[in-house]
Write a protein that binds this ligand. Structure first.
Ligand SMILES: C[S@@+](CC[C@H](N)C(=O)[O-])C[C@H]1O[C@@H](n2cnc3c(N)ncnc32)[C@H](O)[C@@H]1O
Length: 379
């Protein structure tokens, strides 16, 4: 979903004992926890994290919508682009679609259902999903969509465990869901922000007592109080992609900005919390039961990709990429098949939402350099 302006919120919140114990194990002696370490537990902690819950967080019953849920047209359009990429790489050869952060399999479902008939042979769809509940749902859904088609579907615990592959990586709203560090410029250095556990209470926006941190090449134009968020884990996912994709393309679709725009437009950072389709004013009021995310810092992610040897094919607004991949044509095709006028109106509304409702979304399309060995390198 597209996010509004966040605010960190400093109200101490009472938290569940199991979560408190999980956080306590990672806190220092004073109870301080760096923000990314807190976010890691709050989102992915075993039994206590937001994504570890028994129910998917998406859709009307959940907390937010992502583009694949707005309409299968999103996946249809990505599938058309993947088919073109496969053509470029040589259709007769094996091709893996690796969906990173596949959620409950909604995108896999629409991609698999719309891959052209002749394009399925030798195709493998690999779902990489951290949440065990979601991974199960994704596998079920994708296997169902692939049933009777010449496509194999499987789960992989991480990109790294797939081994070298050729094909495409697709990651929709995954980088923004990576734990982020929050760093505040004091006027003479950056201080690390985090949370402090005080018994069963959690205090937000606490700074570390460790003093100014050296900072990994942080921006130099800044006002005192400016918060910069960086996500070592998002950057690591891009590096991991470069390490394992031996030939092909990676598509990162996400909301975010370039660093100068982040600094200019978001002096307090971009941390956002969503629950029940609303932004929560105090993001840390119910950790484990609230989605937390930050804008992707595309300047850093692009630089990491470049250093890892990936070439940039495109970096542009999502609506522009969808248009370029044939969205109007797939809309027209779906309308032509629609059984009723109501369905045509629904399609029109969904199309409007996809093209105009995801305003802050960008697509970063990365490719392995031409001339890379056609056969996967040994690991
Ligand atoms: C905001 S959701 C988006 C889900 C789906 N891509 C969609 O568009 O509906 C982020 C998903 O990424 C998953 N995720 C986050 N980090 C991951 C990682 N390192 N490996 C695999 N999945 C990850 C989360 O568990 C969650 O399902």
């Amino acid at each position: 979903m597209d996010r509004a302006e966040p605010s960190a919120g400093a109200t101490p919140a009472a938290i569940a004992p199991e979560l408190s114990a999980a956080l306590g194990r990672r806190a220092d002696e004073s109870g301080f926890l760096r923000f990314d370490r807190f976010m890691e537990v709050a989102l992915y902690g075993d039994r206590v994290g937001y994504y570890a819950g028994p129910a998917p967080p998406f859709g009307p019953e959940g907390d937010f919508y992502t583009a694949p849920r707005v309409s299968p047209l999103f996946g249809r359009t990505i599938a058309a682009h993947l088919a073109t990429l496969r053509e470029e790489l040589g259709k007769e050869r094996p091709f893996s679609i690796v969906e990173l952060g596949a959620g409950d399999g909604t995108l896999a479902d629409s991609i698999l259902a719309s891959l052209p008939e002749g394009d399925r042979g030798g195709l493998e769809y690999i779902l990489v999903e951290r949440s065990p509940t979601l991974a199960r749902l994704a596998l079920e859904r994708a296997s169902h969509a692939a049933d009777g088609r010449d496509v194999s579907v499987r789960l992989a615990p991480s990109l790294g465990e797939i081994g070298p592959f050729r094909g495409a990586v697709v990651a929709n709203e995954v980088l923004d869901a990576q734990p982020a560090r929050r760093l505040r410029w004091t006027g003479s250095g950056y201080e690390e922000l985090g949370v402090r556990l005080e018994g069963d209470r959690l205090v937000a926006d606490v700074r570390s007592d460790a003093g100014p941190i050296p900072g990994p090449a942080l921006p130099s134009t800044r006002e005192p109080g400016q918060i910069v968020e960086i996500s070592p884990m998002a950057e690591a996912l891009v590096r991991e992609t470069a390490d394992h994709l031996v030939q092909g393309v990676a598509l990162f679709l996400d909301y975010g900005l370039e660093e100068p725009a982040l600094l200019r437009g978001h002096p307090g950072g971009t941390l956002a919390a969503v629950r029940g389709h609303r932004f929560v004013d105090a993001p840390l009021s119910r950790p484990g039961a609230t989605d937390l995310s930050t804008f992707v810092n595309f300047t850093r992610v692009r630089e990491v990709a470049r250093r890892a040897g990936l070439e940039e094919r495109a970096f542009r607004p999502q609506a522009e990429a969808l248009g370029d991949w044939g969205f109007p044509r797939w809309l027209e095709e779906a309308q032509g098949r629609a059984p009723s006028a109501e369905e045509r109106v629904r399609l029109q509304l969904a199309a409007k939402n996809l093209l105009f409702g995801f305003e802050r979304f960008r697509v970063l399309e990365l490719a392995t350099p031409p001339g890379l060995a056609d056969e996967p390198r040994p690991t």
